[in-house]
Design a binder for this molecule. Structure first.
Ligand code: 5GP
Length: 112
């Protein structure tokens, strides 16, 4: 079981900013920007690399929820970045699909 499944089950507390039947979003415990939200599906999918056609609508909804949260937090005009890390070279540390929403400061590009 990953730490994110424990957050879904409320076994581990988190600062939750959004929830619906399929999706949960909470503030990252180690924020990399003034706004750093993690958006996850409630079903266990390891990463985008492990997703399939049956997950297409859910993957789309994760992006739309991210945009909605960015609007709610007032960073849609200034801008933000959505990131999903995959496996070792992608820097994925929690093996439960998630999208990082990062904003509130100028983000550098390309990533290191
Ligand atoms: P990854 O490195 O897998 O792309 O992202 C995992 C993220 O989850 C990291 O940014 C990390 O700080 C965050 N994280 C890990 N454990 C916890 C936790 O217990 N609570 C919260 N809110 N975030 C966590």
């Amino acid at each position: 079981m990953t730490i994110f499944q424990k957050i879904i089950s409320r076994e581990t507390p988190a600062d939750i900013v959004y929830e619906d039947d399929e999706i949960l979003a909470f503030r990252d415990i180690a924020p990399q920007a003034p706004t750093h939200i993690v958006i996850i599906p409630k079903t266990q999918i390891r990463s985008v690399a492990a997703a399939g056609p049956k997950d297409a609508v859910l993957l789309g909804r994760l992006m739309l929820v991210a945009a909605e949260i960015a609007r709610d937090l007032g960073i849609d005009e200034s801008g933000y970045r959505l990131v999903t890390n995959i496996n070792r070279h992608g820097g994925q540390s929690v093996m439960h699909l998630h999208i990082h929403l990062l904003g509130g400061r100028q983000l550098s590009w390309p990533p290191g």
